[in-house]
Design a protein around this ligand. Sequence first.
Ligand code: 9MR
Length: 467
Amino acid sequence: MSDRPVPRRPRLRTTLTLLAASVAAGGLTLFVAPSADAATTLGASAAASGRYFGTAVAANKLSDSTYVGILNREFNSVTAENEMKIDATEPQQNQFTFGNADRIVNHAIAQGMKVRGHTLAWHSQQPGWMQGMEGTALRQAMLNHVTRVATNYRGKIDTWDVVNEAFADSGGGRRDSNLQRTGNDWIEAAFRAARAADPGAKLCYNDYNIDNWTWAKTQAAYTMVRDFKARGVPIDCVGLQSHFNSGSPYPSNYRTTLQSFAALGVDVQITELDIEGSGQTQATTYGNVVRDCLAVARCNGITVWGIRDTDSWRASGTPLLFDGNGNKKAAYTSTLDALNAGGTNPTTPPPTSPTVSPTPSPTGTTPPPSGAGCTATYTVNAWTGGFTASVKVTAGGSGVNGWAVTLTLPAGAAVTNAWNAQNSGTTGAVRFANVSYNGQIAAGSSTEFGFQGTGSGPTASPTCATS
Ligand code: 9MR
């Protein structure tokens, strides 16, 4: 041994020194290159280029240890497969249930994963009470739903699919639905309500069969997004579901579609990816999809629609990355290799500030109390014929045990429903009193309530009184 000229240990030190110097110089690309240093999970590999790799999750599978093991190891974003849909979160009108959605959100937060919210307004999976509604009543119920659910999850959702699947499968027009029949502006009204409720979340339009650039449905969605951007409707991203099969195959112009949407000034995300097939053919298509996303700076996340083939809504098409036993398929390896090969880094700007009409408030403020009393401020999100208002009640230096805010509505306006407060009257000077659980406010602290109405929103200053 003593005659060996180059011992191993100094060589290792040299390597470590070079690595440290590279990191210090910001040379993280070293770890993206396909080498022994490449990331070994989908999430970590996507994160190396500033993206996420997510999956749809079903709450009832969070007790399956194989499922959770893969989820926690491989993914850094989740979408509730069904638990945040309208029928799940508002089964009876104005009665909200978040139990199953919370199980998914809480799991994701504990694991440091992002959450894609899916979905606030959709013609499908409506609860029975909503299916039977039309017109103004439905428009208001939809906006109330958007406001309440987005408010409930404010601060926890990275991106909301605000509106899902609003275009017809052929012909390039809107899909007929009870929501569409409330007026063509229902989509932008939903986006405005979502922005007002959770200004920090990115807001997406999400659809299937908008992958092929030459298809009329793709062009229809593109034209809507271009119009929204031109008119200041608050939209941040487009979700391409990308359910690929023989009837709707991966198109060779997919990258063009991603680039074209991105050029409008929105992020693009692949939101429900699954590719029916098997073996190397399927693997190659997965790799192509990932390479297309990585080639587009604003394609900042990919979500597959389930973990194992047996978890899929189309299980017989074996469209996912893991087999029924949780083993990695060739499609997994191809996906990871494509992620590890790297791509452009995303240049995602923060969400634009809320664009609502009329200009967001706080509109009126009562004078600050000197040591006692309360103050109120509010913001309004209005559309033609209706509005929602969010009111913040702040206690003065002595704290309060009960409060009431009075807001005067303009002529013709009327309150249709309120949350976290009880209203007396619906027109003119309307009084909103605390409910049982939010009457007590500690000194300097705040609570919030909201209401929805027809006509124009309030513009006058509110008054706040203790009781
Ligand atoms: O995967 C979901 C499945 O469990 C439900 O039965 C189905 C009901 O509509 O919805 C599936 O998810 C859909 C998603 O919400 C929207 N895009 C199409 C997805 C597959 O149908």
